[in-house]
Write a protein that binds this ligand. Structure first.
Ligand code: FMN
Ligand code: 173
Length: 386
């Protein structure tokens, strides 16, 4: 499809990116686990929440400024951690970081970045947080934490929904592995470089991408043996990414996490969970004022950001839309993705009579009665958009 102008919404950007990217890389970014029920539902479930707007409120001046972990941010909209931005564009994470700095939201850097963490932080930018996995060789994770501390990252985001990688069928068929010209640059440093399969920053040993990951990840990790250990090696706030239940929210509080990210990893891990927007209310209720609740999964519209804020999220992160932007035009494209969502958020605020982020509460959405997306027999195609 030809465009006379830049893409004007995230789904335009998705189509354009699909046309540009090599099919294996596209599939790696796009795929969810197994039947992709959860991946699709993350996006579709937003439609079940209807807005409840107020009128005649003087919306001549609005602001999306907020505070996250006690620091000011120009917007609650941030970038979720995603592996290998250089699959989308040669400037990779640096381009994304510049785009995030221009927008003013938080960027979470993946351990599996194709740019070393020391090179990513932009002066005058937003807060940067470092995403971490705990490996059997804990010294490797510890070294990554030390490096993140000295580079200026402000929190550690521990991903807890991936003791092993979920099974993504297209990747399995493609036997997807990162192309040899890309390096997982965080694994280049000596103390870290010895981990089996990641020598020299390559992902070399696994049959598929997930195998090297699974061979190194610590499957015995638990709340009891993981979080206290992490707290003992760093004073940075710890945020647990991948919480989907009230039960785990209470455990996160008990173990001293500063925040949780309600996330099902974009539907790439356990297929068949709730959509994240449907899980958010129980987490917010269990969190009370004990920790901050953040959100990701399926956000494709500024109104989706608004709905997550209304249901109690303090920050809202996007992954695939930013990668699509990067594929389209590097830094400019990543900024376009964030700008589209930001301006749609501002428009939603104005049209629903909210001027500041703190005003956006539950009263601005109708909560749905439970309704599940139905699928056409034998397919993963939803019968209808709800
Ligand atoms: C290509 C890709 C790579 C990802 N890599 C990571 C990662 O390295 N660490 C992590 O915690 N989450 C990772 N995620 C999950 C995202 O952080 C996020 O939870 C999810 O994708 C958000 O949903 P969205 O893509 O619908 O915005 C990845 C997601 C994608 C699409
Ligand atoms: O692909 C992913 O979703 C992901 O989280 C990951 C995990 C290990 C290595 C690279 C990416």
């Amino acid at each position: 499809m030809e465009y006379a102008s830049d893409p004007v919404c995230i789904s335009d950007l998705e189509r354009v990116a699909k046309g540009i990217m090599p099919s294996g890389a596209w599939a790696y970014y796009d795929s969810g686990a197994n039947d992709e029920q959860t991946k699709h539902e993350n996006t579709l479930a937003f439609n079940n929440y209807r807005l409840h707007p107020r009128m005649l409120r003087d919306v001549s001046t609005i602001s999306t400024e907020t505070t996250i972990l006690g620091q000011r941010a120009r917007t609650p909209l941030g970038v979720a951690p995603c592996a290998m931005h250089k699959l989308a564009h040669p400037e990779g994470e640096l381009a994304t970081s510049r785009a995030a700095a221009a927008t003013g939201g938080i960027m979470i850097l993946s351990t599996y970045s194709t740019t070393a963490l020391e090179k990513v932080i932009q002066p005058g930018g937003p807060q940067y947080w470092m995403q971490l996995y705990v490996y059997q060789q804990r010294s490797v994770s510890e070294r990554l934490v030390r490096r993140a501390e000295s580079a200026g990252f402000k929190a550690i985001v521990l991903t807890i929904d991936a003791p092993v990688l979920g099974r993504r069928l297209v990747d399995a068929r493609n036997r997807f592995a990162p192309p040899p010209h890309l390096r997982l640059e965080n694994f280049l440093q000596t103390e870290v470089a010895s981990m089996p399969g990641y020598e020299g920053g390559e992902d070399a040993h696994g049959e598929t991408f997930g195998e090297t990951f699974g061979a190194n990840g610590d499957q015995s990790l638990s709340w009891e043996n993981g979080i206290p250990w992490l707290r003992s090696i760093t004073s940075l706030p710890i945020i647990a990414k991948g919480v989907m239940t009230a039960e785990d929210t209470r455990l996160a509080i008990q173990h001293g996490c500063a925040g949780v990210i309600v996330s099902n990893h974009g539907g790439r891990q356990l297929d068949g969970t709730l959509a994240t927007i449907d899980a958010l209310p129980q987490v917010v209720e269990a969190a009370g004022d004990k920790l901050e609740v953040y959100f990701d999964g399926g956000v494709r519209r500024g109104s989706d950001v608004f709905k997550a804020l209304a249901l109690g999220a303090r920050a809202v992160f996007v992954a695939r839309p930013v990668l699509w932007g990067l594929a389209y035009k590097g830094e400019k494209g990543a900024k376009l993705a964030l700008d589209i969502l930001q301006s749609e958020l501002e428009l939603t605020m104005m049209l629903s009579g909210t001027r500041r982020i703190e005003e956006i509460d539950q009263s601005y959405v109708y909560q749905p009665v439970a309704r599940w997306v139905r699928y056409a027999a034998g397919t993963n195609k939803p019968v209808a958009k709800l």
